[in-house]
Design a protein around this ligand. Structure first.
Ligand SMILES: Nc1ncnc2c1ncn2[C@@H]1O[C@H](COP(=O)(O)OP(=O)(O)OP(=O)(O)O)[C@@H](O)[C@H]1O
Length: 848
């Protein structure tokens, strides 16, 4: 009989087969002591459910306690190992013997399904233990990597060790350089505290003893999840856009040539030890969709399926390599399924995505229940109803386990708390129905193709002897293990004396053996000869190769030297580069500092300029206002002085007027006498002492310009009827009050002043002056001479008296007053009638 090929659940076991029921185990999870429980363990197979007061059952009047029986009941405190040994270890054994198996966790949310499947680092669940036991059992019976290659149609190709080595080298060359691990942040990732792959794992030390040593094995794993009724490959290498990994694309289900369902283009990774396989599982686990719900902090939102496929094929007759025959490749599969927990949305209070997920989870679990129920009905009543596997991906993918052959086991996880009672009763009902479904018993793989058992061991011994330096001649030529005489003896039991078929069969069998033995012996002899020749040829080749090897070694060492030289050079260049970079950085730094300083200086200058401008404006304002103030003050003072002068002049005019009256009266009396004595005595008045010119000489008007002069005669001046004119001046312009305008056209000036002396005589004084141009364009009057005319009564006046009187007057304050006045010059401004400035020539008195 040919071994099963592609033994993943087969749809068509055509001959009548033995069937086994689905085995259902029940596991209770431990809960807090202060919570009410509704489940009690009756015995190792039975649990009892008691409806709590607030359950729907009680509200509906159903107070009945119910008992449920399972293959085995694991109480709360059962260890992971005990559960594994009981439930999953036989499945690993089956896997090694080429039998398919399906193990799934079922239960409501937060009942301990994931815990049972995955466990904790120190106390692994079913999955890591399955891997441990599998690899412990296979040991060095594993084929080299890539000897078995997935053929992309759910089967496997086999290739020689040499080809496999080529593939390995290619993979190593193409492998990207190791990059720092950056796991994208996606909602699929579990919190790091649960990343148990990073923690210490305690492996299971169990191993299956009955592994066929004349086969080679390879383990392939794949990990998928069914989320919202879409299949995702959790091991798929997604491309990254630099920040995030691209989301996973959903996969489709296909049927292979043996009518087995498989996920198309699903990543299947060949692994050689538990750590590698477990690492792959954890990689997928991080991508699995989990979420926080009211009832479980890390609730699985999808069904997950971890597939372990064990590929095996017999060794060739010499026990060296895998037999190069695809037909002899056997594939068995163990599917470990962690179903998402059913949940009542009323209790979880989910909304949005969680609600949609819950809906899909419940719908797929409902389809599973329906399928199981229809199957059971079909089997019990011999119906042929269509099982709605296709209604959900989770049932579609496992269709072959129920329709084909394989062992199916289920662990029903139960949370014994009273709050879960109503949902737990549903689970119990489903579990009981499932136990009634029968699945075809799988058959163990058997490679009965006439190859001698033990050939691997013989080959190893042979190699060992060669390694130990045994001579070719000493080697046992008749290696008993590499040939055999065909299949085992047929059944020799004879129950009926007349039955001769058995003997005939035996005769035929022995004849066949005889013939085979003969052929084999001939073949052996021929092979020995060929082998010797081959060995000799190999020796020669080996010599040649040794020589070539020496040459290559020489070349290699010279290349090594070159490489070392280049490495040194690279090192030096790197150091130089480093130095340059440091210098560059330092320069960059100082450049930045200087730039900052420059900006600061610029800002300072700008500020200073601004400040200066502000001060200039302020000073301008202050100067303007000061100037105006002083102008006003000057104006005020000038006006005051004018007023004073005006008053004095008025007083004097008044006096003169009174004097005139007196003089007129006297004139009338002394008319005749005065006319006779009309001779005027002229006394030269003492010339004013010039001290310092009030204006700079360069401002003197040129004497050649004009000879015109101003005769300043106040209106009160009395006519003395004497001729008293300044010498040398011709053009005369008489004014009562001179203005700057009057002064402009002239160089000379004369002021006529009259007053009455103590004796009542009228004295007329002529103050002569020069008109000078001032710096500001005005005019200054500088007195240069005084002439005095005294009109006296002839009777009372002697020349002696007149001289004395004149001297007295010279010394009197009156004179001083006039002198002081003569030293004052008025400076006029163009367009301004009043003098703008006064120049004072210090008098004798002042000097003193
Ligand atoms: N046998 C057990 N011993 C100790 N803790 C357990 C056990 N079973 C479950 N738990 C704890 O109960 C919590 C819920 O368990 P778990 O996540 O396995 O539930 P679940 O059935 O997978 O839920 P869901 O369907 O929502 O994913 C976890 O914190 C887990 O550690």
């Amino acid at each position: 009989m040919k071994p099963s090929r592609g033994k993943t659940p087969k749809k068509t076991p055509r001959k009548p087969q033995n069937k086994d029921p689905v085995e259902v185990y029940c596991r209770l999870r431990p809960i807090s002591e202060d919570l009410d429980i509704c489940v009690t363990v009756v015995n190792s197979n039975t649990i009892q459910l008691k409806p709590p007061e607030n359950s729907i059952a009680v509200k509906n009047g159903n107070y009945k306690e119910t008992q449920h029986t399972f293959k085995f009941v694991f109480p709360e405190l059962i260890s992971q190992k005990a559960l594994f040994d009981h439930v999953a270890l036989p499945l690993v054994d089956d896997l090694i013997h080429g039998k398919n198996a399906l193990l799934f966790m079922y239960g409501i949310t937060s009942s301990g399904k994931t815990h049972t499947m995955q466990g904790t680092p120190g106390d692994g669940g079913i999955l890591p233990r399955c891997l441990d036991v599998l690899f412990n059992s296979l040991g060095d019976l594993q084929a080299r990597k890539y000897v078995f290659k997935p053929d992309r149609a759910n089967g496997f190709d086999v290739q020689t060790e040499a080809d496999a080595m080529m593939d390995r080298q290619k993979k190593e060359l193409l492998a990207p350089p190791p990059t720092p691990k950056s796991t994208p942040k996606t909602p699929r990732r579990r919190p790091p505290q649960n990343d148990i792959a990073t923690m210490v794992r305690v492996p299971d030390t169990n191993r299956i003893g009955s592994v066929d040593e004349d086969n080679n094995y390879s383990v392939f794993v794949s990990y998928i999840e069914i989320y919202n009724n879409y299949i995702y490959d959790l091991l798929e290498d997604t491309q990254s856009d630099g920040i995030n990994q691209k989301p996973l694309q959903s996969k489709t289900l296909r049927e292979d040539s043996n009518h087995n369902m498989y996920v198309a283009n699903c990543t299947e990774i060949e692994t050689k030890n538990t750590e590698e396989a477990y690492g792959i599982f954890m990689k997928g686990q991080r991508r699995r969709k989990v979420a926080h719900t009211q009832l479980n902090t890390e609730s699985s939102r999808s069904h997950s399926v971890f597939n372990i496929r064990l590929v095996q094929a017999p060794l060739d007759p010499v026990g060296e390599e895998v037999l190069q025959d695809k037909d002899q490749v056997c594939v068995a599969q163990l599917s470990l399924v962690d179903l998402a927990g059913s949940e009542r949305t009323g209790r979880t209070q989910n909304s949005g995505d969680r609600l949609r997920e819950a809906g899909n989870i419940n719908a797929s679990l409902m389809t599973l229940r329906t399928c199981i129920e229809v199957l059971r009905e079909n089997q019990m009543n011999n119906f042929n109803k269509i099982v709605p596997y296709r209604d959900s991906k989770v049932t579609h993918i496992f269709k072959n386990y129920f329709d084909g052959e394989g062992k199916v086991r289920m662990v029903v996880c139960v949370n014994p708390q009273s709050a879960d009672y109503d949902e737990t009763t549903h689970v119990m009902r489903f579990a009981e129905v499932t136990q009634e479904v029968q699945v075809a018993r799988p058959t163990a793989v058997k490679f009965d193709i006439g190859l001698t058992p033990g050939r691997r061991r013989a080959n190893l011994i042979y190699k060992k002897m060669l390694e130990d330096g045994a001579e070719l001649e000493d080697l046992p030529m008749e290696t008993p293990v590499i040939i055999n005489l065909g299949p085992a003896f047929p059944c020799l039991e004879i129950n009926d004396p007349n039955e001769d078929t058995t003997l005939q069969n035996l005769i035929a069998f022995l004849a066949e053996r005889e013939r085979r033995r003969h052929t084999l012996q001939e073949e052996l002899t021929r092979k020995q000869g060929a082998f010797r020749a081959h060995l000799m040829e190999m020796e020669r080749e080996m010599e040649t190769l040794k020589q070539q090897n020496d040459e290559l070694n020489m070349k290699l060492s010279s290349k090594d030297k070159n490489v070392q030289r280049f490495e040194k050079r690279i090192k030096t260049l790197e150091q130089e580069n480093g130095m340059l970079q440091r210098t560059h950085t330092a320069y960059e730094y100082s450049k930045r500092e200087l730039e900052t300083e420059l900006i600061e200086e610029k800002t300072k200058i700008k500020k200073q300029k601004h400040e200066q401008e502000r001060l200039r404006q302020a000073l301008k304002g202050v100067a303007g206002s000061e100037k105006m103030k002083w102008e006003k003050e000057c104006e005020k003072r000038v006006r005051a002085t004018q007023m004073e002068m005006q008053t004095k002049i008025w007083v004097k005019d008044e006096k003169l007027r009174q004097l005139k009256q007196i003089v007129c009266a006297r004139q009338e009396r002394e008319d005749k006498a005065r006319k006779a004595k009309a001779d005027l005595n002229r006394t030269r008045s003492p010339p004013p002492k010039m001290t310092q010119p009030p204006v700079k000489l360069r401002h003197r008007r040129s004497r050649s310009t004009s000879n015109a002069w101003i005769d300043h005669k106040p209106a009160t001046t009395l006519d003395t009827e004497t001729v008293l004119q300044p010498a040398g001046l011709k053009k005369k312009h008489t004014v009562a009050v001179p203005t700057v305008k009057d002064l402009k056209g002239t160089e000379n000036y004369m002021l006529t002043h009259q007053e009455e002396d103590s004796k009542g005589e009228l004295e007329t004084k002529l103050y002569k002056a020069e008109v000078l141009q001032t710096r500001g364009g005005g005019r200054a009057v500088q007195f240069t001479d005084i002439e005095r005319l005294k009109t006296e009564r002839p009777a009372s006046t002697s020349p002696k008296d007149r001289k004395r009187a004149a001297e007295e007057e010279l010394d009197s304050g009156e004179w001083t007053d006039i002198e002081t006045r003569c030293a004052v010059g008025y400076e006029g401004r163009p367009g301004n009638a009043d003098p703008a400035a006064v120049h004072i020539v210090p008098s004798k008195k002042m000097k003193k």
